[in-house]
Design a protein around this ligand. Structure first.
Ligand SMILES: *[C@@H]1O[C@H](CO)[C@@H](O)[C@H](O)[C@H]1NC(C)=O
Ligand SMILES: *[C@@H]1O[C@H](CO)[C@@H](O)[C@H](O)[C@H]1NC(C)=O
Ligand SMILES: *[C@@H]1O[C@H](CO)[C@@H](O)[C@H](O)[C@H]1NC(C)=O
Ligand SMILES: *[C@@H]1O[C@H](CO)[C@@H](O)[C@H](O)[C@H]1NC(C)=O
Length: 455
């Protein structure tokens, strides 16, 4: 005990310019139920309450600045119900830098040692505190069985670890380094707030039974309002929505605006989830994209795209997906497709400006037409723009627009090949459209469900 304390003192004394480093020491885990998250016993002796042999995958992020990165430790629990003196350290090299410490997120996954696909418990613990050191415990309530509890301590501004081994098992005496920090919170600092894992999309919101506006946390921390559409066949997270009964939200925005969310996420509204949110969310899970377009109260087209992903800002938010029906919509191709295209707006246009059919999008008329470009999109084919201008005077029943000149409206190719006039667009401007993502089996989607067009 003395020795390791002396070592720490020596380290501090010799290392003058130590970078700030943040660490959490996980000290004990109480898993008395001896069951997996799905309620099944961990072992054949679960009936006598034998605990689970666990693997711990944990990560920490100070000041909520990034996703915690896992480090994994094998905990040979010997079927114990409570593991004490675990003393696993998880660290984060001081991302809070010179700014004030505001707290951290600790992510913990307890997995079955013999089969790490089997989850015993999984939670994200958010601690909002300005206290430089402290201890806390978190209890995960589990319906119908006993809860698990985890105890941990944290410290800021300590030197980075010199030796990193795969299963850093700090001698039990090292808890002495935290003796000064075991004071409980006083009234002057905010008490730690512990939250269960926050929903990243609508399907993770517990007990959601009715379509409604909800708060989700695409990056695990930042709250975003979205519309969640609860269907008999699954829950949809709506990421884009247009409706010409409401002209209050302008979609003729700059590139910077499109990186963020704007509009109002209600049932049929004008709403954009934001490219940053789309990037963060679609890179966490495999999503399927559903596009609905309506003319009047009729569903004109329903298109499905598998493995829908939006790339990072460094790729200009490139869209990737595979189309259920090749050759139409985002998979329509003239000299390029929207699948694989970068996002563009008038102030950051990426396609060549010499392509006639893109006049309405690229803000450059190469044939002296009176173009009224609008919106932002992944203009790969120049056949689609769900963020185009909402045109109210389209032909009743068909939503067709009479002329190629002027505004092109809200476009989506529902046919292959060039249209009769030789252009890449259908010359139809839809008056209600929506993009929604989901994780359930797309075969469950009811192809004729037109409730979105009717309400
Ligand atoms: C951490 O590990 C768990 C369990 O293996 C895994 O489900 C999770 O995706 C990992 N998280 C990261 C950020 O790697
Ligand atoms: C905790 O901090 C996060 C990130 O700053 C913030 O979004 C959240 O509202 C805070 N929670 C509470 C209960 O103060
Ligand atoms: C992103 O777009 C800009 C123009 O706005 C361009 O300069 C840059 O090369 C593009 N990035 C990629 C990866 O193509
Ligand atoms: C969209 O915005 C651009 C840039 O401000 C402008 O040139 C264009 O006319 C606008 N489109 C419409 C249809 O108003």
């Amino acid at each position: 005990m003395k020795w390791s304390f002396l070592g720490l003192v020596l380290l501090l004394a010799t290392c003058c310019q130590a970078l700030p480093y943040f660490e959490v020491l996980i000290t004990s885990i109480d898993n008395p139920a001896g069951t997996l998250a799905n309620g099944q016993p961990c072992s054949h002796f679960g009936f006598v309450g034998a605990g689970c042999n666990m693997v711990l995958a944990a990560g920490v992020s100070s000041n909520f600045e990034k996703y915690p990165v896992n480090r994994t430790s094998v905990l040979n629990s010997k079927y114990e119900r409570k593991l004490e003196n675990i003393n696993v350290l998880v660290g984060d090299a001081g991302t809070y830098g010179n700014t004030e410490f505001r707290g951290f997120i600790l992510q913990i996954n307890l997995l079955l040692a013999s089969d790490t696909d089997q989850v015993i418990d999984s939670y994200t613990i958010q601690i909002n505190t300005t206290q430089q050191t402290g201890v806390s415990s978190y209890t995960s309530q589990r319906d119908g069985t006993l809860p698990t509890t985890i105890t941990f301590a944290w410290s800021t501004d300590i030197p980075p670890p010199v030796v990193v081994s795969t299963t850093t098992s700090v001698p039990e005496s090292s808890t002495s380094a935290f003796t000064g920090s075991t004071t409980a919170f006083t009234g002057t600092t905010p008490a730690p707030t512990t939250t269960p894992k926050l929903p990243v999309d609508c399907s993770e919101i517990e007990g959601l039974t009715a379509s409604s506006q909800q708060t989700i946390y695409p990056d695990g921390v930042t709250a975003v309002q979205v519309f969640c559409d609860v269907k008999s066949y699954g829950i949809l997270t709506v990421i884009q929505s247009r409706d010409n009964s409401d002209s209050s939200t302008d979609f003729n925005q700059t590139y910077d605006s499109y990186t963020q969310q704007f509009g109002n996420p209600t049932a049929a509204s004008n709403y954009w989830f934001g490219l940053e949110n789309m990037n963060v969310l679609t890179n966490q899970k495999t999503y399927t994209l559903l596009i609905d377009v309506c003319c009047g109260n009729a569903l004109s087209s329903r298109q499905i795209y598998h493995s829908f992903k939006i790339g990072a800002s460094s790729t200009n938010y490139t869209l990737s997906a595979t189309a259920d029906l090749p050759g139409i919509g985002l998979d329509y191709s003239s000299s390029g497709k929207d699948i694989g295209a970068q996002f563009a707006t008038h102030d950051r246009y990426i396609l060549p400006t010499t392509k006639d059919s893109c006049d309405e999008f690229d803000y450059v008329s190469d044939d002296n037409k009176d173009v009224q470009p609008y919106g932002g999109w992944w203009f790969g084919s120049c056949g689609n723009n769900l963020n185009g201008a909402l045109i109210s005077n389209t032909a009743a029943g068909t939503c067709s627009i009479s002329s190629f000149a002027g505004e092109l409206g809200v476009n989506l190719r529902t046919t292959t090949g060039t249209n009769a006039d030789g252009w890449d667009v259908d010359l139809i401007s839809y008056n209600r459209v929506r993009m929604a993502i989901f994780t359930f089996d797309s075969l469950l989607i009811e192809k004729s469900d037109d409730t979105f067009c009717k309400n």
